[in-house]
Design a binder for this molecule. Structure first.
Ligand code: 8DG
Length: 233
């Protein structure tokens, strides 16, 4: 099985942070999403938070994992997550430059190959993200366990004039492709989201200014600061 490299698409104000590598020589001068290798047994979310703290001296909260993974050489694979800053300003210690890129600037830098397949979903997230994936008050995640349900929820929200975007969640501590719920990020009011949660038997996960879940905490579905699920329906 390939070892996992995790990378963060840190989003703020509709822009994503890209970082320029200094090593090894063949990758120096090329751009990546900051991150690094998971330690043996280390959950991807915890690894990513650790790597970002080490490399950029700031704290992040992972908000959603982008779909899929890409091979790095023969031995590793890359996974990438949307994240938001929860403390500090990114200050590179291993990269020689960082840039905040708007969606239409994503193609202006020379990304490492394994990062490129993530760019379309990232671009989409950024385009919809000033209030969505970048976090901030008013962002909600409707969590469902079926892709069709997620797409149906997204369609309903958009038909009602709200922003909505389907992303694949990866549970904290979970490193297996099964049982990852689907999330619909939306700016719809709680009441509307609750109706859909009820109908599609999901969870409502509100992103408010709360401490990020810490590494090593018990597996929690889906690392929610707040959940609303009606049982009387
Ligand atoms: N961090 C990161 N690495 C990437 C990306 N895309 C990509 O191909 N890689 C490759 C470059 C490296 O070969 C490998 C990650 O190595 P790294 O040097 O960042 O990992 P690390 O901080 O854990 O370093 P180390 O333990 O090897 O010292 O994955 C990306 O977006 N972010």
């Amino acid at each position: 099985m390939r070892k996992v490299v995790v990378a963060a698409a840190i989003v703020r104000g509709g822009r994503v942070l890209a970082a320029r590598r200094t090593a090894p020589p063949e990758a120096a001068g090329r751009w990546e999403l900051p991150g690094g290798k998971c330690e043996p047994g280390e959950p991807p979310t915890a690894a990513l938070e650790r790597e970002i703290a080490e490399e950029l001296g700031c704290d992040i909260e992972v908000t959603a994992w982008l779909e899929g993974s890409t091979p790095i050489g023969e031995t590793h694979e890359l996974r990438a997550a949307l994240a938001r800053l929860t403390r500090g300003e990114p200050t590179p210690t291993e990269h020689d430059e960082v840039r905040w890129l708007a969606p239409d600037e994503l193609d202006t830098i020379d990304w490492l190959e394994p990062d490129r397949p993530f760019l379309p979903e990232l671009r989409f997230a950024l385009e919809h993200a000033a209030s969505l994936a970048g976090g901030g008050s008013g962002t909600r995640r409707i969590i469902v366990f079926d892709e069709d349900d997620a797409l149906a929820v997204e369609q309903r929200l958009r038909a009602d004039g709200f922003d909505a975007e389907v992303v694949r969640e990866r549970l904290q501590g979970e490193d297996d492709d099964e049982d990852h719920p689907w999330a619909v990020l939306t700016d719809a009011p709680a009441l509307i989201a609750e109706v859909l949660v009820d109908e599609f038997d999901g969870w409502l996960d509100e992103e408010q200014e709360q401490p990020a879940p810490r590494a090593g905490s018990p597996l929690d579905l889906p690392t929610a600061p707040r959940r609303i699920k009606r049982t009387d329906a």
